[in-house]
Design a protein around this ligand. Structure first.
Ligand SMILES: *Cc1c(COP(=O)(O)O)cnc(C)c1O
Length: 376
């Protein structure tokens, strides 16, 4: 097993990933489950997460770009992989060679795709824009025309058709509008033979029941996180898979009036114990965390002074031994709270954890692998 030589690490519970897959499979037993592992599996590790999710019952993978898909293929994964973003036309033959499914998102792109001299069939999912106005076709005539062009092309297989919801975690009315709009845009298509009609991201699948789609795209829920607990109450649990830890590397007593960190922005209001924690913005622990709390021995301790590139300081209630564990994300400090307190979303906190932070993988309570992505 790989070793790592620093006091900061992310722990990923692969049993939690498997558990979450099974929970979603339990409520949607008949639908194909695409697990979304873009951005290195939301920071958890794409290959490790994919393998465990597939073992637990996931049917397909979804990523953002072709590089991410190729990485998964190179790791020996054989299930269908869908690229959700736009793929350049010159890269289509490469995708076809590796049996990677692409998103057909634009009329001009589709016109050129069907003229490519392909040696292998390319699988595509037609992307319909039902109201988010990101990728996809938004006009019903255009959807129909493009669909028929793709049907006629001998080297193209339409494997799926899909759309994406903009407000499933915050506005049910607009969500309902988008669902109606999606149904309207595809109503004239003969979809027999299209394997996957899919529209549900985590927030949608946690609150809606549909009969007409055959696939769900599970991102944040795979990692055990509800996009918005207040807006989407669910009656079953998901288990968060990632924890972020560090160890205190120095403890010192400062005097009332002493200052801490770059810019000397913190001044001790009495004699205080300060701990140095070796994590900083180069690890994705950005400067906005100044003034927030971390957990040490079950007690909340404030991050004082500016977060540096590689280190930060915390105020301790009393002296503690060097090496004491600091929980930045985990028990007592869920990622949802971390995100809320700096005005962002859990997705961003997780993706920001940089590849300098080693990932420690646990299964059945035991460490089974360590990944040092930056140093591979
Ligand atoms: C990222 C993404 C998802 C997953 O969304 P979650 O909210 O994480 O479940 C699904 N579909 C598309 C098109 C995406 O880009």
């Amino acid at each position: 097993m790989q070793e790592f030589y620093r006091d900061t690490w992310a722990e990923i519970d692969l049993d939690a990933i498997a558990y979450n897959v099974k929970q979603i499979k339990r409520i949607h037993p008949t639908k194909s489950l695409f697990v979304v592992v873009k951005a290195n599996g939301y920071g958890h590790g794409d290959v490790e997460v994919s393998k465990v999710a597939i073992e637990a019952g996931a049917n397909c993978l979804a990523v953002s770009g072709l590089d991410e898909a190729l990485r998964l293929r190179q790791s020996g994964i054989e299930v269908p992989i869908l690229v959700l973003g736009m793929t350049r036309l010159k890269d289509v033959p490469l995708a076809a060679r590796h049996n990677i499914s692409l998103t057909a998102h634009d009329k001009m792109w589709i016109n050129q795709l069907v003229q490519l001299p392909l040696k292998e069939k390319i699988k595509v999912h037609l992307k319909v824009d039902s109201g988010m106005h990101r990728l996809g076709l938004m006009d019903s005539d255009q959807v129909k025309e493009c669909y028929e062009d793709l049907c006629r092309a001998s080297m193209v297989e339409i494997e799926g058709i899909f759309t994406h919801m903009a407000t499933a975690d915050c506005d049910s009315e607009y969500l309902d509008y988008q669902i109606r709009q999606f149904r309207h845009l595809i109503k004239e298509l003969d979809l027999t033979g299209v394997k996957y009609v899919h529209l549900e991201n985590t927030a949608t699948l946690l609150q809606k029941e549909f009969q007409f789609d055959h696939g769900i795209r599970l991102g944040l829920g795979l990692y055990g996180i509800n996009p918005d607990e207040d807006f989407i109450p669910i009656s079953f649990d998901l288990k968060p898979a990632l924890k972020l830890f560090s160890n205190v590397v120095q403890v010192k007593k400062i005097k009332k009036g002493d200052k801490v960190g770059y810019g000397a922005t913190y001044e001790a209001s009495e004699d205080e114990w300060i701990g140095v924690v070796p994590i900083g913005y180069a690890d994705g622990w950005i400067r906005l965390h100044q003034g927030r709390n971390v957990i040490v021995n079950g007690v909340e301790c404030e991050i004082v002074g500016r977060v540096c590139m590689d280190q930060m300081m915390i105020r301790l209630p009393n002296p503690i031994p060097m090496g004491t564990v600091v929980t930045l994300i985990g028990e007592g400090m869920p990622v949802e709270r971390v995100a809320r307190e700096i005005g962002t979303i859990s997705y961003e906190i997780l993706c920001l954890i940089s590849d300098r932070v080693p990932r420690v993988y646990k299964k059945d309570g035991k460490i089974i692998a360590v990944k040092k992505m930056r140093f591979e």
